[in-house]
Design a protein around this ligand. Structure first.
Ligand code: DC
Length: 223
């Protein structure tokens, strides 16, 4: 029987980092669903206005995710695109791509297939509510928008991405709005999700909280 941990939340709450750490500690396969939407615009020679072409890509795209101790490497047609999908250009478009209903339905199908029969931790915006609503553990990570922007700004500096704090904050607000107003798979808190506000918590503290929740769920399963 598979064991599934689902984590949702807005950008900058630490979902990606926590998911990696928990995946490693609990031996779970890490599936970052945002990456599947990001892949749509890589090496495809397509503009955001070409909706039909974008939908076609979502029907045929061949994604290969490799996991090693919680670290996810993403391949597209054999090329390692793990870093490329995080570029400023892709980040600026991905929210619109992920809002196209047909793209969403195709990606959700793919995400469910990636999780089938496996022990996984999957993170995104609609995992607890739509992709894997029967997950064994459902967590919603949240944080104040200014703190989330501060974290992203710092991350960008480390990666050499040149953006002011104000720009980052504005972009996060726009993405929050887009992510919460989708026809399918909008970001919302599942009724049975456990909410963790990470604004004043370190990554280590959040990790501990998530690990406790998983351990309790695993204990319950064995009874
Ligand atoms: O987590 P991320 O920044 O890589 O996500 C990229 C975009 O995809 C973001 O705008 C939200 C969207 N997304 C989504 O709509 N549903 C998911 N399950 C994951 C991401």
């Amino acid at each position: 029987m598979s064991f599934i941990v689902a984590i949702d939340g807005p950008a900058g709450t630490g979902k990606g980092t926590i998911t990696k750490l928990i995946a490693k500690d609990f031996g779970l396969i890490n599936i970052d669903t945002g990456a599947t939407y990001r892949l749509e615009m890589i090496n495809q020679n397509v503009s955001i206005n070409e909706k039909d072409k974008i939908i076609k890509i979502s029907e045929t795209i061949k994604i290969d995710i490799k996991n090693n101790e919680g670290i996810q490497t993403i391949f597209l047609n054999g090329e390692d695109v793990t870093d490329k999908i995080r570029s400023k250009e892709v980040t600026a478009l991905v929210s619109q791509v992920s809002a196209i209903v047909e793209v969403r339905l195709n990606m959700v199908k793919l995400q469910r297939k990636l999780a089938e029969g496996k022990d996984v931790i999957m993170e995104g915006r609609d995992i607890t509510t739509y992709v894997l609503p029967n997950a064994d553990v459902k967590i919603y990570l949240d944080a104040d928008v200014k703190e989330r922007a501060r974290r992203r700004y710092k991350e960008n500096l480390e990666k050499g991405i040149n953006m002011t704090y104000e720009e980052v904050l504005e972009k996060i607000k726009i993405r929050d709005h887009n992510d919460s107003n989708k026809e399918i798979g909008s970001l919302k808190i599942a009724e049975d999700a456990i909410v963790i506000d990470t604004t004043y918590l370190t990554i280590e503290q959040v990790k501990e909280k998530v690990a406790d929740i998983i351990n309790k769920a695993k204990g319950g399963q064995q009874c």
